[in-house]
Design a protein around this ligand. Structure first.
Ligand SMILES: [Zn+2]
Length: 385
């Protein structure tokens, strides 16, 4: 058995290998999935591989791996995609050429969340499969950062995930929480509202500018936003901020100022919360779109996560993590899609403050503590009695 230092070194090695794969969501995650799949097989996991092609025709892979006999056990969840690194700003290393400096591992995905996955792999490598009395599952999804279609495929098609649901396997989503325990998070709902015009040289009378049709809708969305910030029925005081955090992003095509705009689109994103019903808002948007002759497309909706903080599972995770109280966060995770697992919390190394930044890093201390904690989780639920 390895000492703490060696365990950390192993986690760091895994993390460096993982970060070196450019698995930005719009690209394929096949290479990084092949690497993880090989590591899992070396660690005696059986690997269920679920491939699909995304909206852009790019090949993606999810991995659902299992080791150990018995039923129940514990599942650890990570995603292998990362946010873009076009704005990477660290001068001593590239986004995908990770470097250790100042007791930190720098690189895109080091914190969100390849460092976490590395800790889980290192922890699993420390446990003798012969000693296991219940299974340990390690799950790696694609496309978490762009609508969680990887997790949707797992939920829909994975036989091993069905098995976990059936046998009430407990789950840990390893997103960065600095190893605090999170029992609830917001979800997300994205609606796209589109107006169609006609392109022409703007010096002629032939064009129809799509923006004129969209503009009245923007005013209505603004009204709705103000309503949700006023009315307590659209708020949940457990969260900070307690509101739906509505955001609008507007796009035009084409972008030339001397061509009439043929397409105007507003993407409206709400961070949904447990105990807040947004259906009346969606209904209002649909009716307005109909009235104004706009296309209305509910692109996706991810449930919020909520697990009773007083439940025996949350209390046990808290005890193992040495935390007094569980928390809530405002971002979404794959956990919202994987709600068929009743016992699910978010707990992972690294700080969300470091995620998605142009100088992303994770401290070696968090890698060390993350590996040790995941090992305790795996031992508690995988090597009982
Ligand atoms: Zn993440």
């Amino acid at each position: 058995m390895l000492g703490v230092k060696d365990q950390t070194m192993r986690a760091l090695e895994f993390a460096q290998q993982l970060v070196a794969f450019d698995s930005v969501s719009r690209k394929s995650n096949i290479d990084v999935s092949d690497y993880v799949s090989n590591v899992l097989k070396q660690l005696q996991f059986d690997v269920e591989r679920l491939e699909y092609t995304d909206d852009q025709g790019v090949r993606k892979a999810n991995l659902v791996a299992k080791r150990g006999k018995g039923v129940g056990g514990i599942a650890y969840f990570a995603h292998t995609d990362v946010v873009p690194a076009d704005d990477w700003s660290v001068d001593f290393c590239g986004a995908f050429s990770p470097v250790v400096k100042d007791e930190r591992l720098w690189g895109r995905g080091s914190c969100d969340m390849k460092g976490s996955l590395a800790c889980a792999l290192a922890a699993a490598s420390e446990i003798d499969p012969q000693q296991q009395t219940a299974p340990i599952y390690i799950v790696c999804s694609a496309d978490e950062e762009v609508g969680m279609s990887g997790a949707r495929h797992i939920n829909q098609f994975s036989k091993l995930f069905d098995e976990m649901v059936r046998n009430e396997t407990v789950g840990i989503i390893g997103e960065p929480t600095e190893l605090r325990v999170v029992h609830a998070h917001k979800g997300g709902c994205r609606v796209e509202i589109t107006a169609h015009g006609k392109s022409a040289h703007s010096s002629t009378k032939d064009g129809i500018n799509a923006n004129w049709q969209l503009i009245p809708m923007l005013a209505r969305l603004r009204e709705m936003q103000l309503l949700t910030e006023r009315e307590s029925v659209y708020q949940n005081a457990e969260f900070d901020p307690p509101t739906l955090s509505g955001n609008i992003v507007i796009t035009n095509q084409p972008l030339a100022a001397n061509v009439t705009t043929s397409l105007a689109r507003a993407a409206w994103f709400l961070r949904t919360m447990p105990k807040v019903n947004i259906q009346p808002l969606l209904q209002q948007v649909r009716e307005s779109c109909e009235e104004l002759g706009l296309d209305c497309d509910l692109r996706y909706s991810i449930d919020p996560l909520w697990v009773d903080p007083a439940s025996p599972y949350v209390q046990q995770v808290l005890a193992l993590a040495g935390c007094a109280k569980s928390e809530v966060v405002c971002y979404a995770t794959d956990g919202g899609v994987l709600r068929r697992l009743k016992n699910l919390v978010v707990c992972g190394p690294g700080s969300i403050e470091q995620a998605h930044r142009s100088d992303e890093w994770i401290s070696l201390e968090q890698l060390e503590k993350g590996t040790a904690l995941y090992r305790r989780f795996f031992e508690y639920w995988g090597v009982r009695g």
